[in-house]
Design a binder for this molecule. Structure first.
Ligand code: HQG
Length: 182
């Protein structure tokens, strides 16, 4: 439909699939998937989304500058960002030697002391490139700091990394010894 506000739809789909599936009577499987039919049914019961269709979800994903959601067969999931109580299982993979994390100046001393924690999400979010890290950090600080994570050293000491999308990697936590201000 041509009247759909895809940014607004994406935000509500993220809310449902990352944070509060129960508000939509949805149950995520262990990898975060839900049947598209169930998501559409739940959204049709809201005031804002009575007419959305599968095609709208596809356009929402295509139009987004970030790959936040993905569709496979008859299911949809959020790719990253989860805060639901049950930990979503992500696929372990070997990242590039350095990953980056953009954050606010205010957090630096805490991060240097305690490393990177997932805070309110399930995983720490890391960026493949500095530009992306900068955009992430800008959500918190006009002139964010960029941290570089030595993933090779971290992996040698048992830190695991997981696939998000082409630009986003995930980790359970990153001890400060593997973090440097870039
Ligand atoms: C900070 C958005 C103090 C961390 C983005 C970050 C990303 C600590 C904040 C994705 C800390 C958490 C995730 C510690 C970490 N002490 N502060 N020990 N450890 N922090 O929003 O990575 O548009 O949960 O530096 O673009 O900023 O929603 O994580 O600043 O891809 O798709 O705690 O969400 O994507 O903040 O962002 P967040 P994030 P979407």
């Amino acid at each position: 439909s041509n009247k759909v506000n895809y940014t607004k739809l994406s935000k509500e789909v993220s809310y449902a699939l990352r944070h509060a599936p129960w508000e939509y009577e949805l149950e995520l499987d262990k990898n975060g998937w839900v049947p598209i039919a169930q998501l559409l049914q739940a959204f049709h019961e809201t005031a804002d989304w009575q007419n959305i269709e599968l095609d709208d979800l596809k356009v929402m994903i295509e139009k987004s500058e970030k790959k936040r959601h993905e569709i496979k067969e008859n299911s949809i999931r959020a790719v990253y960002g989860h805060s639901v109580p049950m930990k979503i299982i992500k696929e372990e993979a070997i990242p590039p030697k350095f990953l980056y994390h953009g954050t606010a100046h205010n957090f630096l001393s805490e991060i240097e002391k305690n490393g990177l924690s997932p805070m309110s999400r399930q995983y720490v979010h890391l960026s493949e490139d500095i530009e992306t890290a900068n955009l992430v950090g800008k959500r918190k600080d006009k002139t964010p700091i960029i941290l570089a994570i030595n993933t090779e050293n971290a992996r040698e000491k048992g830190v695991k990394f997981y696939l998000g999308n082409e630009k986003v990697w995930l980790a359970d936590s990153i001890p400060s010894e593997f973090i440097e201000v870039f």
